[in-house]
Ligand binder design. Structure first.
Ligand code: SAH
Length: 204
């Protein structure tokens, strides 16, 4: 039986972005935060046996965690070819530990055209491209009845309002302090933490 700490260890061994693209806000979720959210999702009954889509999958940590926890299938939707190639290597590294199906989809989430039981996403926070977070949310609400989505805690009201306007309500909120590693020269401190919340939303 997989435990939360074993999950965190496996996830910590995955490769991350080689040349992160700042404009696309390519920040990988750290393995501790990913394990915490995925474990909660698993306990909420949202992972085992479910068809899941990981929007803006990057190097795949969230979707791979779902497969490790018994998801039936995972779609990895990502527009960056290099990131998806790393996700593919990461999947190869855990193939002995997973049974579910998966598909790597090189495309923009706005053209995702997938339906799933659950969406999990750590999208761009919209700091570089205005409304990127909004587009991910709107797409997720179309694609599944249950959505887990990471946002800056300061934008909670925006998330709640948009969810309500689309017939969703926030059922759970998990507060995180996400480390953003120094990946770009203008970052002054080595590790900068950002207050983020993962929202679980359900169609009402
Ligand atoms: N889910 C990963 C990556 C988070 S970074 C993790 O948790 O580690 C956000 C990712 O979204 C980046 O890889 C970026 O390339 C991707 N992205 C940004 N806009 C996108 C879009 N419109 N369509 C698809 N992917 C997008």
């Amino acid at each position: 039986m997989l435990t939360k700490s074993k999950l965190a260890i496996t996830l910590s061994k995955l490769k991350t972005f080689e040349n992160p693209d700042l404009q696309s806000e390519q920040y990988a979720t750290d393995s501790e935060s990913a394990a915490l959210i995925l474990w909660n999702a698993f306990m909420n009954g949202d992972v085992e046996g479910k068809a899941i889509a990981d929007f803006g999958a990057g190097t795949g940590i969230l979707g791979i965690g779902c497969l490790l926890l018994g998801a039936k299938s995972v779609y990895f939707v990502e527009r960056d070819r290099e990131a998806l190639a790393v996700a593919e290597q990461n999947l190869a590294a855990v193939k002995e530990k997973i049974n579910g199906n998966y598909e790597l989809m090189l495309r923009d989430v706005r053209n995702a055209e997938v339906k799933a039981d659950v969406i999990i996403q750590n999208p761009p926070f919209g700091t570089k491209t205005a409304h990127a977070d909004r587009e991910f949310l709107l797409q997720a609400f179309e694609a599944a009845p249950v959505v887990y989505s990471f946002h800056k805690t300061a934008t909670a009201l925006f998330v709640e309002r948009l969810a309500a306007a689309r017939g969703f309500s926030v059922t759970n909120r998990y507060g995180l302090s996400l480390p953003l590693k120094q990946q770009h020269s203008f970052h002054k401190r080595k590790i900068h933490r950002v207050e983020v919340s993962c929202f679980r939303m359900e169609r009402t």
